[in-house]
Design a protein around this ligand. Sequence first.
Ligand SMILES: Cc1ncc(COP(=O)(O)O)c(C=O)c1O
Length: 452
Amino acid sequence: MTVEDRRANIGISIRDAILACMDADQFHAKVVEQYHQYVNPYLAKLMNFAGFGVEVEGEGCYVIDHEGRRYLDFLGGYGVFSLGHRHPRVVDAVHKQLDKMPLSSKVFFSPVMAELAERLGNLAPGQLQFTFFSNSGTEAVEAAMKLAKGATGRTDIVSTVGGYHGKTLGALSITGREKYRLPFEPLLPGPNFVPFGDADALDKAITTNTAAFIVEAVQGEGGIHVAPPGYLKRAQELCRKHGALFIMDEVQTGLGRTGKMFACEHEGVEPDLMTLAKCLGGGVMPIGATLGTAEVWEKTFGKNPLIHTSTFGGNPIACAAGIAALDVIEEEGLIERSRELGSYLFERLRSLAQARPALVNQVRGMGLMVGVEFAYDEVGELTIAQLTKRGVIAAYTLNNPRVIRMEPPLVVTREQIDSALEAFDGALAETEALLTELGALEGFGQESNSMV
Ligand SMILES: Cc1ncc(COP(=O)(O)O)c(C=O)c1O
């Protein structure tokens, strides 16, 4: 009998069914071996070294592993799980759509896609009205780049150092970390990287060839850097002055994460294009969205309605999840929760950090998107390992390994924040003790420290 059969027959959890067939260690070994043989042996080695288990179930703010251990998810799938894992409203909407029409014929009008587009158009700032749907963040960025080039007839995109926009070839061209770009060069011609927060540098970088400037309101993978006050407003003015489009990448910050529906609303800016993904699928379905103004749409799709398409983009099952996600965000007051619990998390992290000045440089963030910057790259890795041991999931930011981010679901409770912080304090204490014992705190990682 297969694991699925057992589960269906006797109604036990997947984990119990697995354990009825093989013990937890055997199961772990099997999955790790499959990674080695068929997924990515180098990644498998890395994950195994860090001691990660096998995820089997997700529920609310928890991920449950093959041994039945519950982990508080303070990474939140890099922003995917704003509603937690398997929010019942989203799961229900997906089940209902699954029973009607999961994927689109791509010929008839889709009422579910139309409904989600209308909801987004009504929520979005400024003149953003239309939505092109895809399946991921990087695809949403690809669409924004193409539409910007199509609408302006210009070639170049300006981006920021440390900015993260995805890893497909177009989005990679404007992702501000060489480590990911260099092995694949030449990429798209023209990207020009300016320091994040430096409007004067942007003024010099935008030329008559610039189709758009793309920026995050809070650099997520760059290390949770919040745009300095006035920067986005100035960036918008400069784009308008030079005839370039202004793209806000809200893939990670969108839909309440920073304490506003869209992070660009903190500055009251009105982008010409905006990208969304991650939590738009309610933590249940993958989806990407590129929003644009009537003017951009007219200049691109007006000439050819099929100029940019996606087979799976805007599929009914993902859009049903998106509509349910927007309902939950509004009805459960998740934006207010993000603001209130975000400042609680921030203040508590700041006092923990002040108690360990040798390890922690800074705490920064907005809403429930908070980063802790360590004095050395290595401290992040050690602390994450200690946190995992204590039942809390966290990760460092992709473009800045010295920063670990805390992006718990917006449905997190104060008590869950307290537990995670207790674990964080313990993790820092053990890391500090280890480094002190090794005599490593002086000089350890100094070289990388000076690179900040
Ligand atoms: C701001 C931003 N843009 C784009 C992406 C790429 O999204 P995906 O990984 O879904 O392709 C990410 C992913 O972390 C992101 O944070």
